[in-house]
Design a protein around this ligand. Structure first.
Ligand code: CAP
Ligand code: MG
Length: 404
């Protein structure tokens, strides 16, 4: 088959086809066909080893508009429950072909059978709410700051203050693992002790999200340790550990909520013309089975626009085979003054996560956490932050240093 033979605009995809949508420059029939060929059964020249039964597995470009194309893939092309295998086709060689200048995988529709061949989240939104006993409000989380460098003792102190001030969740930052100044096991034991104390004092459930990111063997060992010491959460940097490691970690079926940090994702997603969209990455994360995922905030320090964040959230919550819903995490440059806008945008099922916006409070972490919690309270009551600040010094201080 020639590249052009992979284009059939009369083809109607069946329910069991995988359908991928790409943005492609330039869009010619040949370039579109090249993408379908290389991501299914073809190559640059016709091969005499190709049989008629193989040709039945060819992908088909069935839709072209502007610079967008849709390609249908027969389900048989993929091994079930094998994410790297799937990506080696639909997000593999095609990004580097000479026929195209740039290519972005913007969306994909998967048949139920393929979706259900993955585990999906163990807890999902409902499971997390049940476990944490947080019913009708957004979760409040913080990241220990400075993001790296604190010694264990200080790390624990900051965590404790954040919990007592009102955070539900305290997490490590993405680049903390088991460095000399703050080793994993010691940090785990000490921070969980502080968490227990904070739980007793506040009467609330608290979670410590420790970063297990490492090679797979160490990740499994560390997750096991977290389970053994009674932790409820782990964090994984899903992009840097890779899909295979993430999937194997999930498949251990630990009794732990998986918090997915997406550090590095923008290397794929940020270029509007090339790479893989965050929406697709979010779908992949849901397939593998993380329980909560960074989706951007639409405001704050990161680049994503609200429309993109909205799409990311939709993917985590819409019907997706039998898989549970993933809890979105808003993070990056957030502080109390932004909370009303966040709640208006995200609703109640999300985590508001603030590092600088808590530890940067002029009166310190504990008061900073309290200010965030008050901001949530005010927003849910429909009271303006400026109004609430008249009676709450914690918020008043924020108005002096941060802007909406
Ligand atoms: C937030 C954060 C997160 C980013 C990642 C940080 O800290 O911990 O890693 O939000 O971006 O280190 O920047 P601040 P995203 O609250 O101090 O900004 O959530 O978009 O993946
Ligand atoms: Mg971070």
């Amino acid at each position: 088959m020639k590249y052009e033979d992979y284009v059939d605009l009369k083809y109607e995809p069946s329910k069991t086809d995988v359908v991928c949508e790409y943005l492609i420059y330039p869009l010619t029939k040949r370039a579109a066909g090249a993408v379908a060929a290389e991501s299914s059964i073809g190559t640059w020249t016709e091969t005499f080893t190709t049989k008629p039964y193989v040709e039945k597995l060819a992908a088909t470009v069935f839709w072209m508009k502007g610079n967008k194309i849709k390609i249908a893939y027969p389900l048989e092309l993929f091994e079930e429950g094998n994410l790297p295998n799937f990506l080696s086709s639909v997000a593999g060689n095609i990004f580097g072909m000479k026929e195209i200048k740039s290519l972005k995988l913007v969306d994909m529709r998967l048949p139920k059978k393929l979706i259900n061949s993955f585990r999906g989240p163990k807890f999902g939104i409902e499971g997390i709410r049940k476990r944490m006993k947080v019913k009708k409000r957004p979760f409040l989380g913080t990241i220990i700051k400075p993001k790296i460098g604190l010694k264990t003792k200080e790390h624990v102190k900051v965590a404790y203050e954040a919990w007592v001030g009102g955070c539900d969740l305290v997490k490590d930052d993405e680049n903390l693992a088991s460095q000399k100044f703050n080793e994993f096991e010691k940090r785990l034991i000490k921070t969980l002790e502080a968490k227990d104390k904070a739980e007793e004092e506040t009467g609330e459930r608290k979670g410590y999200i420790i970063n297990v990111t490492a090679d797979l063997v160490r990740m499994i060992e560390r997750a096991q340790m977290v389970e053994d010491y009674g932790g409820k959460y782990i964090m994984v940097d899903v992009i840097t550990v890779g899909w295979s490691a993430l999937q194997t970690l999930r498949d251990q079926d630990f009794n732990l909520i998986i918090h997915a940090h997406r550090a590095g994702y923008a290397a794929f997603s940020r270029n509007p013309f090339h790479g893989i969209s965050m929406k697709v990455i979010a779908k992949l994360c849901r397939l593998v089975g993380v329980d909560q995922l960074h989706v951007g905030a639409g405001i704050g320090k990161m680049f994503e626009k609200k429309e993109e964040v909205e799409e990311n959230c939709k993917v985590l919550k819409e019907k997706f085979g039998n898989l549970k819903k993933v809890l979105p995490i808003a993070s990056g440059g957030l502080h109390p003054l932004l909370v009303p806008e966040l709640i208006e945008f995200f609703g109640k099922d999300f985590v508001i996560q603030a590092g600088g916006g808590i530890h940067g409070h002029p009166s310190g972490t504990l008061v900073g956490a309290r200010a965030m919690r008050l901001a949530i309270e005010a927003s849910l009551k429909g009271i303006k932050i400026e109004e609430y600040a008249k009676k709450h010094e914690e918020l008043k201080e924020c108005l002096k240093i941060w802007k909406k």
